[in-house]
Design a protein around this ligand. Structure first.
Ligand code: OGA
Ligand code: MN
Length: 317
């Protein structure tokens, strides 16, 4: 099924990355994807998806289902349940000043850790077990109807099925309301949330989400299996950061972590967090993105100019 938000993987990459190309043509995308991308290799970015999945201009601007006041838990609809420790106030403190849970983050050097402080964030226990169970009950009937895609033309990802969702039950509304706190004022998440279901043998190859379809902030909630999210600098492949994504955790990528580093979800064989093995089972992610700064009919033109060698716009905050 067409999926708009997964188009965020397609299209543009930073010119500073190796082989700064717009992987725009289908054939090129299919042909250009290394089966296994070593750290630092930019993954495939297939804009076939991007073109197919391009968000309708203005759609996000309408505000859709997102109401920022919910970020503070004050919106309509069911909020955190009493006694729900994970839910209470968990959306607070997710801005650029926030600190990641130190035990869930490893950096190639203290300097890289400092550089990405507040820009690559991970929070354990963001989702309560009750919320997770309700989310799974809601999503399973939708996802279960689809086969997993292996060796699909989307070169950035292997062994997956996905959907998008704008309307959520109570748990989804509560969780996503808290996730919205990770987005800067005036740049809320898009109404459609990308739901990515990775097979135990599935993985996400290194890539940078398209600047045509995704703005300055990406926030993902992980369910079911733990996994490792690895970020590798586009300029200096020796510089990396790894986030341990426990079930129920939240990660946020913004600014340099979103634009200057590729991100990937490690396949089972490579799934280690330092010395610790992180066995990969089926993993479900709810991924929220905001719109690029200027989502107009000319957005594509802007992106091509960017690919031509200019630096991306500073992440609006
Ligand atoms: C993507 C992506 C990461 C995740 O779909 O673009 O990077 O958390 N997914 O599954
Ligand atoms: Mn991505």
């Amino acid at each position: 099924m067409p999926s708009r938000s997964s188009g965020a993987r397609g299209g543009a990459v930073r010119p500073a990355c190796p082989a700064p190309v717009l992987r725009g043509e289908r054939g090129r995308c299919a042909a250009g994807v290394p089966r296994s991308s070593p750290p630092g290799r930019e993954g495939a970015l297939c804009s076939r998806r991007a073109l197919r999945l391009r968000p309708a201009p203005g759609m996000h601007r309408a505000g859709g289902l997102w109401r920022r006041r919910r970020a503070g838990g004050g919106g309509a609809g069911p909020g955190p349940r009493p006694g729900d420790g994970a839910a209470l106030g968990a959306g607070a403190g997710l801005g650029p000043g926030a600190e990641a849970d130190p035990g869930l983050l490893r950096a190639s050097s203290p300097e890289v850790g400092r550089r990405l402080r507040g820009l690559a964030l991970v929070r354990g226990a963001f989702v309560s077990s009750g919320e997770a169970a309700e989310l799974l009950r809601e999503l399973e009937p939708v996802l279960g109807r689809r086969p997993y895609q292996f060796d699909h033309w989307d070169g950035a990802i292997c062994g997956y099925r996905e959907t998008e969702r704008a309307r959520w039950g109570g748990a989804g509304r509560a969780v996503l309301g808290r996730v919205a706190a990770a987005f800067p004022p005036g740049r809320p998440p898009l109404p459609l949330v990308h739901v990515l279901d990775l097979h135990p043998r599935g993985h996400v190859r290194p890539h940078v989400d398209s600047v045509k379809f995704c703005g300055c902030t990406i926030a993902g909630v992980s369910l079911l299996s733990p996994s490792v999210l690895r970020l590798v600098s586009c300029r200096a492949p020796g510089q990396w950061l790894e986030l341990l994504l426990e079930p129920g955790s939240l990660y946020v990528l913004r600014g340099a972590a979103r634009y200057d580093f590729t991100h990937e979800i490690l396949r089972d064989e490579e799934s280690f967090f330092g010395g610790r093995r992180v066995p990969r089972g089926r993993r479900l992610a709810l991924i929220c993105r905001n719109a690029p700064p200027d989502t107009t009919p000319d957005a594509l033109g802007d992106s091509l100019a960017f690919i031509g060698g200019t630096a991306p716009p500073a992440a609006p905050q």
